[in-house]
Each structure stands twice: as structure tokens, then as C-alpha cells.
Design a protein around this ligand. Structure first.
Ligand code: COS
Length: 384
């Protein structure tokens, strides 16, 4: 597709990631989906391809490209593997971006080059057993003790949590008045305890962990933004999610495109009633609808990436893009299964996995209901 804002570098990254995804990721994906093996070897190859820090400047260890290039990379990876797309999205938008955007110079210097170069993975921990959609319901506490903070609590559904070198997380630094701050905890810190690795419906080759803080001592130097930003953690996390939602939308877009790309050759080749099934309008029109919706989702998402690259507000725009793309992915994966018939129901044809992977996009980084809440509040304000 030739869009006016796509430059040569965007085309190059699409081609490079597509080649990597098709040659190196796809062959093992059905097995990894079954075994839930986290592909450290593929993460290492992504590091070699400079995919783990696409939108960060080269002086900070990144590839020095823009958010549009990063969106395209997540899209292309997810076209083959929702799991790897999610791993990249969580590492980049959630694990690295908030340190780059809100960290002190010292925090940026200590962590961003290692994250953006892929020397280590990053993770982001907001959700707790009682703080999901109501993200301000955080119960994890941080109590000051000299030069440290003592952290107690639990975070759940933490993507990359078991492998990350750093986890940025929120904690209450005051109950009354309520004050939520953000901290960075490093792997190996005493009191950072890994709970169970989750067994999931989809994105099964991505890592999702429960994280416990048991009198975990985090230095004051890891209070995100420094003392002046105490209590800003919720806003940092909300702003981070505004950007992160573009990458979950990109993941959905890639899954939808992957579903269509599996359906096209199948309906050309599969013959019933003496003809390719693609000659029947009941089948062909499904593909027409998929293509139309995919293009619409792509425009919304690339527009959001451009908004981010140009420093414009994107809260309700990224909510719309994520909402729309994730619902498109569900419909596209469902349609791909339907046109493949019984084959579509079989693991080896991939599309049943696309449906399971797509479902994550309607939930992760804010459910579709939360996206509708953000969009409707933008339209109406808060009606009382
Ligand atoms: N950017 C900057 N600031 C934001 C913001 C954003 N996107 N969203 C909210 N804020 C600010 C508000 O402006 C408000 O600031 P003031 O206190 O100065 O007025 C403050 O944060 C609280 O906002 P609000 O009252 O809207 O918070 P709510 O508790 O109503 O929650 C929702 C808002 C529901 C949108 C938020 O909790 C949310 O996004 N929930 C889903 C969380 C999620 O996506 N979880 C998945 C995690 S993926 S690992």
C-alpha cells in the first residue's frame, strides 16, 4: 500500500521483518503455541536485527527510527506470531518508553541503552488482582526507608515479567491523600519474587507472570522522574498506555492481515462443486470485507503513529485505533477459519491460533469497554 507518509525506511523495515517472521518465526510457531516455550533465540535475533529499540535515538541504543516504523514492525511480526508481536510491544512501548519519556537523566542512562539495544528485555506492571480496568485501585505499597523504598504487594498478568531486566511498576506512596508513584525494579533485587507463569488462551509463546514484592527494597534513585515526580505514577502510566495501545492495535492489524493472507491462497485452490470456493460470493465477499476493514484499521493506526511522532495528543485516537483494530482482528480470524472450514479448525493451518491471539487485543492494555469509555469521555466529558 502506497501511503503518502510511508518513506523508504518504512518499506525496508516491513520487508526485513516480514522475511525474518516468515523464515525464522513461522516454522516453530505451532509448536511454541502448544508448549508455551518463550523463544529466547528469536528475541536474540530480534536484537541482532535492531528491532528491540526501533523508536529510540541511536545515542540511546535504539535504531533511531520513528513510531510508524515500530508500528509496522509489530504488525509484520504479529502477521505470523501474535506472541512475538506482543513481546516486542510490551518491551518497547511499556517497558522502555516510560523510562525514556519520564525517567531522570540518571535512570535513562542506566537503563535505556540496555533496553533499546536489546541487551535486556523490559516489562511494565500496573495490573493487580484488584486493580484491572480500575487502574487507580493499586494496593501495592511503597514506604520510604532512608535512601530506599520498601515495596509490598502483587502485580499480575505482567508480560515479559519472568525475563525482564527491569520492570516499571506503580505503587501507593500515600493512602490519604491517594498518591500513586512509579518505580523501576531490577531483576535480581531481593524481595522481587516471581509467581506463576500463566497458561493462556492465546499468545502462548509470550511470557506472562505474576510478580510479588516481599519487602523488596528499591532505591530512591529508581523513583521514576525523581522526588519532584512523586505521585505522578498514574499519569505516567496512562500516557504510556496511550502509546502502547497503538502497538496492541498494530498487533491486531498484523493478525488480521495474517488471517487474510492465509485465506486467499486457500480459497483459490480449494475446489468444491467443481469450482474454487473463492468463486462463490459468500466466500469472496467475506474476503472483501476483511480487506476493507484491515485497510481502515491500518489508516487509523498509522495516523496515530504519526500523531505520536509529531508530539500531538493521542489519547482518544489510540483508543479508537486499538478498539477498531482488535475487533477487526477477531472478525478476520473468525472469517479465515470459516472459509478454511474444517482445515481452519486444525492447528497446522494457523488461523485458529490467530483467533485465540486476537482475543488478547480486546483485553490487554485496556479492554474494549475501557477504550469506549475513553472515547465517549472525549466526546461528552463526564456527565453527572
Ligand atoms: N493521559 C494523561 N493523564 C491522564 C490520562 C491520560 N491518558 N488519563 C487520565 N489521566 C489523568 C486525568 O486527567 C486525571 O488527572 P487529575 O487528577 O489531575 O484530574 C487523573 O489521571 C485520573 O484520571 P481519571 O479520573 O480519568 O481516572 P479513572 O480512575 O476514571 O480511570 C481509566 C481512567 C478508566 C481510563 C483508566 O483507569 C484506564 O485506562 N484503565 C484501564 C487500565 C488498563 O489499560 N490496564 C491494562 C494494563 S496493560 S499492562
Amino acid at each position: 500500500m502506497n501511503l503518502i507518509y510511508l518513506k523508504e525506511e518504512h518499506q525496508m523495515i516491513r520487508e526485513a521483518v516480514r522475511e525474518f517472521a516468515e523464515k525464522e518465526v513461522e516454522p516453530g510457531e505451532v509448536d511454541r503455541d502448544a508448549t508455551m516455550e518463550f523463544p529466547l533465540d528469536l528475541v536474540e535475533k530480534m536484537r541482532e536485527l535492531a528491532l528491540l529499540g526501533i523508536p529510540f535515538p541511536e545515542e540511546w541504543g535504539g535504531a533511531g527510527l520513528d513510531n510508524l516504523a515500530y508500528t509496522i514492525a509489530v504488525e509484520e511480526l504479529s502477521r505470523v506470531s501474535g506472541s512475538l508481536g506482543l513481546t516486542l510491544a510490551a518491551h518497547t512501548s511499556l517497558g522502555t518508553s516510560p523510562i525514556y519519556e519520564f525517567g531522570t537523566e540518571d535512570q535513562k542512562r542506566r537503563f535505556v541503552p540496555k533496553l533499546a539495544s536489546g541487551e535486556m528485555l523490559g516489562a511494565f506492571a500496573l495490573t493487580e488482582p484488584n486493580a484491572g480496568s480500575d487502574a487507580q485501585g493499586t494496593q501495592t505499597t511503597a514506604v520510604r526507608d532512608g535512601d530506599d523504598w520498601i515495596i509490598n504487594g502483587q502485580k499480575v498478568f505482567c508480560t515479559n515479567g519472568g525475563y525482564a531486566g527491569t520492570i516499571i511498576f506503580t505503587a501507593l506512596t500515600s493512602r490519604e491523600p491517594k498518591q500513586i508513584s512509579a518505580f523501576i525494579v531490577e531483576k535480581g533485587t531481593p524481595g522481587l519474587v516471581y509467581g506463576k507463569k500463566e497458561d493462556k488462551l492465546g499468545c502462548r509463546a509470550s511470557d506472562t507472570h505474576v510478580i510479588h514484592f516481599e519487602d523488596c527494597r528499591v532505591p530512591n534513585a529508581n523513583l521514576v522522574g525523581g522526588e519532584s515526580e512523586l505521585g505522578k505514577g498514574f499519569k505516567f502510566f496512562m500516557k504510556t498506555l496511550d502509546g502502547g495501545r497503538i502497538s496492541i492495535g498494530a498487533m491486531a492489524l498484523g493478525i488480521a492481515q495474517g488471517a487474510l493472507d492465509k485465506a486467499i491462497p486457500f480459497v483459490r485452490e480449494r475446489r468444491q462443486f467443481g469450482k474454487p470456493i473463492g468463486s462463490f460470493q459468500g466466500v469472496a465477499f467475506r474476503l472483501a470485507d476483511m480487506e476493507t476493514e484491515i485497510q481502515a484499521a491500518r489508516h487509523l493506526l498509522y495516523h496515530c503513529a504519526w500523531l505520536k511522532d509529531t508530539g500531538q495528543p493521542l489519547e482518544h485516537q489510540s483508543a479508537m485505533a486499538k478498539l477498531f483494530a482488535s475487533e477487526v482482528a477477531m472478525r478476520a480470524a473468525d472469517s479465515a477459519i470459516q472459509v478454511l472450514g474444517a482445515c481452519g479448525y486444525m492447528r497446522e493451518y494457523h488461523v485458529e491460533r490467530y483467533l485465540r491471539d486476537a482475543k488478547l487485543c480486546e483485553i490487554g492494555e485496556g479492554t474494549s469497554e475501557i477504550q469506549r469509555l475513553v472515547i465517549s469521555r472525549h466526546l461528552l466529558g463526564r456527565l453527572t
